[in-house]
Design a protein around this ligand. Sequence first.
Ligand code: XBP
Ligand code: MG
Length: 275
Amino acid sequence: MKPEKHDKLPHDKTPLQAVIFDVDGTLADTERDGHRIAFNRAFDEFGLDWHWSPEVYGELLAVTGGKERIRHYAKTHAPELLDRVDIDTWVARLHQMKSEIYSGLILAGAMPLRPGVSRLIHELREAGMRIAIATTTTPSSLRSLIMVNFKHEMMTLFEVIGAGDVVAKKKPAPDIYQWVLRQMNLPPEACLAIEDSQPGLLAARAAGLPTLVTVSPYTAGQNFDGALSVLSDLGEANAPAHHIAGMPLAGKCVDLTQLRAWHGQRAATSQATKT
Ligand code: XBP
Ligand code: MG
């Protein structure tokens, strides 16, 4: 049946129906003291003399995905490795080792959630808002982070988990967000993404999602043009978030009322960023 003209609301009238969270840098500051440490320990286990300092790791974050990051580093630091006939298996085994070490660190309590994350997720769930994950991280690493911080299996907390190799192209490609939207059967304009990095913002925007950015230590200086708003974090009543760019934060912290308000005004932001 041909859809009636009024079946589809204009973009700026579509109500907010789901919030899609990034993981690393957004839910928790996992990179420098989590993933980086795990990569370095796995390199030791594999007899490699590689060591990723906090500075080097910051540069390597431009390559999203752990296996992709390892392969990229090998290209410049040990190109002979790439000639191995079993290179794909070797990278996968090294990354598997890294992921196990990472989960061990997380389960030992090394990585608390960022300010406001637990509060907002609980508020969204209580309000019946649909919530999902869109990340380049490996599912086992995410599961550990969720288990230790929420005492929940990830699938009971989030309706849809888009993670790791479920899509071929990782952020900044839009694929992971498009995959999540398909699973949720929602158009992008009915959703809002929360990200911490430029590759994440680019991925979400390329999928058509209005996006809030909460910067993390590695991403604070990046270009966030096109974001609804850019903040220090989600904030708590006793530890207010700081506004950095984009639409202002009305109160001390991000709550559902604020997300709905930004979402409702998103047409103004996309106009503003086009000029
Ligand atoms: C950030 C990433 C990930 C992590 C490492 O993901 O690029 O690759 O650095 O995780 P996001 P893996 O911000 O999208 O959550 O080693 O499991 O890939
Ligand atoms: Mg991130």
